[in-house]
Write a protein that binds this ligand. Structure first.
Ligand SMILES: *Cc1c(COP(=O)(O)O)cnc(C)c1O
Length: 325
């Protein structure tokens, strides 16, 4: 990565990221639902990152971070640890830019995720999640081969890149009264809040976490980063134990409040997306809509944005979640 900077992230970083990644990522559609608008009395705009490359917004941050690397760093390759969407995003960005990528994944990660990451041309290194620490495994590649670590959220270039989805939303629909954003480690939330600060400063920005793991809300309330055990939730993209320093700083500065949604509310939102809007959205991607459904008529008369963060859910799992509901 370029030298760590102590300067605070600003709206400019998101705008620069948008220009940098423009030709590498999809400009995703904004969708609406007449049923939801009638239910809430609001005008709700969904930014559909389930249609992003690799099926989630993570491609934005990954391309931004890798495009910022110098020739020397590119030649030594990158390493990331993830079994989810970040792994595939780094693998895709690396292959596109001609950079070697090593992804550290638990040995018991779902075979489809491993296959997808291999399919993008990355080298997958497995570790035992009960006896080994993935950060140490990755650090070994940084020390040994001089690779650059690409973290999933706690990095300025990653957070700025993730903010380009909200930037596109504001550019398409104009100013909003409220914006709802799914939260794991907070990269998407930080980037979205930065985008709002430049394009629509009056927007109330809400982060939405799984109720089983509200570490970001606890951190927001207490003013210090709170760590929790890995939460038990169907929102597998938000099973983080703690926020990052970079993302926490932006949240404190620019976010209005932190909300939660429980698993049944996520399934209800998933069902709404599928039946009413013909959209396949993964459980984590349903956090924003779940919060809007919970708020209901409180949003009447407002213009509301929702970031639909991703659509990567195995169809058998999708069917099982919906039919158990
Ligand atoms: C990673 C991810 C999130 C959470 O993003 P953070 O930047 O870690 O807060 C939300 N939804 C999906 C689909 C993801 O892949």
């Amino acid at each position: 990565m370029p030298e760590a900077t102590t300067a605070l992230l600003t709206f400019d970083d998101v705008e620069q990221a948008a220009a940098r990644i423009r030709s590498y990522v999809n400009h995703t559609p904004v969708m609406t639902s007449r049923t939801l608008n009638e239910l809430t009395g609001a005008e709700v705009f969904f930014k559909c990152e389930n249609f992003q490359r690799v099926g989630a917004f993570k491609a934005r941050g990954a391309f931004n971070a890798l495009l910022r690397l110098g020739d020397d760093e590119r030649s030594r390759g990158v390493v990331a640890f993830s079994s989810g969407n970040h792994a595939q995003a780094v693998a895709l960005a690396a292959r596109t830019l001609g950079i070697a990528a090593t992804i550290v994944m638990p040995r018991d990660a779902p075979p489809v995720k491993k296959a997808a990451t291999l399919g993008y041309g990355a080298t997958v290194v497995e570790y035992d999640r009960y006896t080994e620490n993935r950060e140490e495994v990755a650090a070994g590649f940084v020390r040994g081969a001089g690779m650059t670590l690409v973290p999933p959220y706690d990095h300025a270039d990653i957070a700025a890149g993730q903010g380009t989805a909200a930037l596109e939303l504001f550019d398409e629909v104009g100013e909003l009264d409220a914006l709802f954003v799914p939260v794991g480690g907070g990269g998407l939330l930080a980037g979205s809040a930065l985008a709002a600060s430049g394009r629509s400063p009056r927007t109330r920005v809400y982060g939405v976490e799984p109720a089983a793991g509200d570490d970001a809300r606890q951190s927001f309330r207490s003013g210090a980063i709170v760590s929790i055990p890995t939460p038990d939730t169907i929102a597998d993209g938000a099973q983080t134990q703690r926020m990052g320093e970079v993302t926490f700083e932006v949240m404190r500065r620019l976010v209005t409040d932190m909300l939660t949604a429980d698993d049944p509310a996520l399934v209800e939102a998933m069902e709404f997306f599928a039946s009413r809007m013909k959209l396949i959205v993964e459980p984590t991607g349903c956090l924003g809509l779940a919060a809007v459904l919970a708020a209901g008529r409180e949003l009447a008369g407002q213009r509301v944005g929702v970031i639909v963060s991703g659509g990567n859910v195995d169809l058998a799992r999708f069917a099982a979640l919906i039919s158990a509901h």
